[in-house]
Design a binder for this molecule. Structure first.
Ligand SMILES: [Zn+2]
Ligand SMILES: [Zn+2]
Length: 358
């Protein structure tokens, strides 16, 4: 690099792991929900169960949550950077677009200033190259790559198990509030009542403090809704990663494959519409260059991730999934700030794909 380049370039900070400040909004929300659900479980749900069931209701989620905390914090703490980036002490530079069209060129990162592995990608959010890049996770506020992928999967699995257990207990207690009023065999506040006492006199608690029955039922309903949303989110995430693992592909590979496929569909539809239009309305001035959005699908714009600028791409296959799946993965990806959502004009999206490194 020339001295002039160094002087002109700005040094850009990079993130090491999920502990770097500031925390992401989703990271704060995830931890808040995790803590609220956990504390409520041990101080509100378990005490309402009959005494003989309480040890199991304490131990099972305690073990799962402890495991979750260990793997979650480990996944957050690992620096998934490319090995050469870790060894390289040069500062990260702001890329000079007048000199470099793309961040990674011929396996050399122009920001990290080092040669990187072919599976490495430069994450915009972390501003560093990540080995075996999978995706940038905002819930952990760090990149997920080869070095922390297993810990990430263990985090998602344990979260699904813990939340399913806790939400299931909330639903069971909500139902038994109504069904156990006479038999009084499941909920301890009912069991504690004398034979002549009305069920309305039962002592239900939140945070170990007595509350009116309506408040306790509302807490259960809110708990279940929160738990259901969390299970839907993490369950869906887990389903995708099981699919990716089965097909030996990364999230990044999948996104690129879906975008290529979407590009092909749009190009095919536009060609089809153009042929129909010419057939029905053979306007004298119509020409192959005068239809649709000429800027969106011209051959130079239809670049694939295997173009030179994206030489580290390792896409393997383009699985066939429906539009709902595309919507979901778009949502997932855009919330991770990797790529913009797929829209009618795919050229802009594709350009961003090839420029994902920066
Ligand atoms: Zn880099
Ligand atoms: Zn990242």
């Amino acid at each position: 690099m020339l001295m002039g380049d160094v002087e002109a370039a700005k040094v850009e900070p990079s993130r090491k792991n999920g502990w770097n400040l500031p925390p992401s909004r989703k990271q704060v929300v995830a931890w808040t929900v995790l803590i609220i659900l956990g504390v409520l479980h041990f101080t509100s749900l378990v005490p309402a169960l009959r005494t003989s069931w309480q040890p199991v209701a304490h131990i099972v989620p305690a073990v799962v949550l402890t495991f979750h905390l260990i793997v979650h914090l480990t996944a957050m703490s690992i620096d998934p950077s490319d090995d050469n980036v870790l060894q390289n002490k040069c500062p990260k530079l702001k890329i000079d677009r007048s000199k470099h069209e793309h961040v990674i060129e011929n396996s050399h990162c122009n920001i990290c200033q080092v040669d990187v592995a072919v599976t490495s990608k430069h994450c915009r959010a972390c501003n560093k190259c990540v080995q075996n890049f999978d995706h940038h996770c905002e819930y952990m506020n760090t990149c997920i790559g080869g070095k922390n992928y297993r810990w990430f999967i263990a985090t998602v699995v344990s979260a699904v198990v813990a939340i399913a257990w806790e939400s299931g207990l909330a639903v069971m207690e909500f139902v038994t509030y109504f069904t156990d009023q006479a038999s009084r065999r499941i909920l301890q506040p009912y069991i504690d009542l004398g034979p002549m006492q009305h069920y309305k006199e039962a002592d239900f608690k939140i945070f170990l403090q007595s509350v009116p029955h309506e408040v306790w039922l509302t807490m259960l309903a809110v708990y279940f809704v929160l738990g259901f949303l969390a299970i839907a989110l993490f369950g869906q995430l887990l389903g995708y990663h099981i699919y990716f693992i089965y097909h030996n592909m990364s999230t990044y590979d999948y996104i690129l494959a879906q975008r290529r496929k979407s590009q092909e569909v749009v190009a095919s539809n536009k060609k089809c519409c153009h042929k129909k239009k010419n057939k029905v309305h053979p306007a004298p001035d119509s020409s192959p260059t005068n239809y649709g959005n000429s800027t969106s699908l011209s051959p130079p714009d239809i670049q694939t991730p295997t173009d030179p600028e994206n030489n580290n791409n390792s896409s393997k296959l383009a699985p066939s999934l429906d539009q709902y799946t595309l919507h979901v993965i778009n949502k997932c990806v855009t919330t991770n700030r990797l790529l913009p959502p797929l829209q009618g004009d795919k050229t802009a999206g594709l350009q961003t794909v090839v420029d994902i490194e920066m």
